[in-house]
Design a protein around this ligand. Structure first.
Ligand code: PLP
Ligand code: COI
Length: 361
């Protein structure tokens, strides 16, 4: 069953000249489209009042639960314009399913997969002029999110929930474009513990990463890498990306600890790499394997991936008292190849043999 979505068009959409200026250099997450999608939930009514309205600020009571207890979850995905002008998203059901898993962890009601996809499609369709031409890998970043909108200071699952989708044209996530990022290994902070929220995409995980990310910057690094909370031994992920290690024998290892965010890019790269003849091991990966593997040359390439950042080569790893260089200079051959294959599928320049692309309009 599909949702009934009411539409109120923005009477003052951004004019064409300003839009062209924005799309020429969109940055990341700074400009927002003319509309937004909203649907609300209560136990009595279920999901109700699905609507697209002009983009604008929300009015929230100061006692709104999300502001106090951070009951929220979000997704990150993109809409891509193909050369023929059509607009597509990448595995939207996978994002919808991950939001369902996050929702369960955050004690939220379940938003059906088809409603999630319909909401995203409806917003992209009405704001389609905001989807940049694909040259330079620009896209429209989509941010579905759900939050506890009940006015109540008691600690329990919110009895009023709001799900929204907003959209923002995006260029490269990293200002420097595609070049190896340096990583700071935090031994002071962890991202997620056993039984915690590591596998859910929820704001609290990002809030807890900020001070570690600040430390990374002050150490002259681009991003922070987290270890597991229990033993402080196993590599988990970056603040917003999963990781891969290519060995000289062709194997690829990607960390799996049960407390990482299971990226949709990560899952896709596993399939792409296996098709290219690289077996992928999803397993615990000790930080010493990284240090030793770079030093003895058995690790050939290291890269990180995520929707916002796509595929990014990883350079040096720095920790309190030491560092190892990147496994390669610049972008490794396989890193570049996987990145290109993925981006070519997303932008419709290569055959979508996995059936990952979803046409929006
Ligand atoms: N890990 C974290 C913590 C993230 O925030 C993201 C980004 O969404 C990822 C991994 C990569 O996930 P995906 O490929 O689904 O974007
Ligand atoms: C994404 O890649 O979509 C992310 O969510 C990473 C970051 C922007 C939070």
């Amino acid at each position: 069953m599909s949702m009934e979505i009411s539409i109120t068009r923005n009477p003052q959409p951004v004019d064409d000249a300003r839009l062209a200026e924005i799309l020429a250099d969109p940055g990341f997450g700074v400009h927002f489209t003319d509309h937004m999608f909203t649907v609300e939930w209560t136990p009595e009514r279920g999901w109700y009042d699905a609507r697209i309205t002009p983009y604008g600020p929300l009015t929230l009571d100061p006692a709104t639960a999300v502001l106090h207890y951070a009951q929220e979850t979000f997704e990150g995905m993109k809409a891509y314009r193909h050369d023929d002008g059509s607009i597509w998203s990448f595995r939207p059901e996978a994002n919808a399913q991950r939001m369902l898993r996050s929702s369960q962890r955050l004690a939220f009601p379940e938003l059906p997969v088809e409603d999630f996809v319909q909401a995203v499609d409806a917003l992209v369709e009405i704001d389609q002029r905001w989807v940049p031409e694909g040259a330079g890998e620009k896209s429209l970043y989509l941010r579905p999110f759900m939050f506890a909108s009940e006015k109540f200071l008691g600690v329990r699952p919110s009895q009023h929930v709001t799900f929204m989708v907003i959209a923002s044209p995006a260029g490269s996530y990293f200002k420097g474009g595609i070049k190896p990022i340096s990583l700071w290994l935090t031994e002071d902070y962890t991202r997620a513990g056993r039984g915690g929220m590591g596998a859910a995409k929820t704001g609290g995980n990002y809030a807890s990463s900020l001070v570690a990310q600040q430390q990374a910057i002050s150490q002259g690094c681009d991003q922070v890498v987290f270890l597991d909370a229990q033993e402080g031994t196993y590599v988990e992920e970056l603040g917003g990306m999963n990781m891969y290690f290519l060995y000289a024998d062709g194997r690829i290892v990607t960390p799996e600890t049960g407390t990482i965010l299971e990226g949709i890019t990560r899952a896709s790269i596993i399939e792409l790499a296996e098709r290219l003849g690289h077996p992928v091991e999803e397993r615990k990966f000790a930080i010493d394997e990284w240090r030793d593997g770079v030093r003895d040359g058995s690790i050939k390439e290291i890269f990180a991936c995520g929707t916002a950042a796509v595929v990014t080569p990883v350079g040096r790893l720095v920790w309190e008292g030491g560092e190892v260089p990147g496994a390669t200079e610049g972008t490794g051959e396989l890193t570049g190849r996987i990145r290109q294959e993925l981006v070519d599928i997303q932008f419709g320049r290569a055959e979508d043999s996995f059936g990952w692309m979803h046409r929006i309009c």
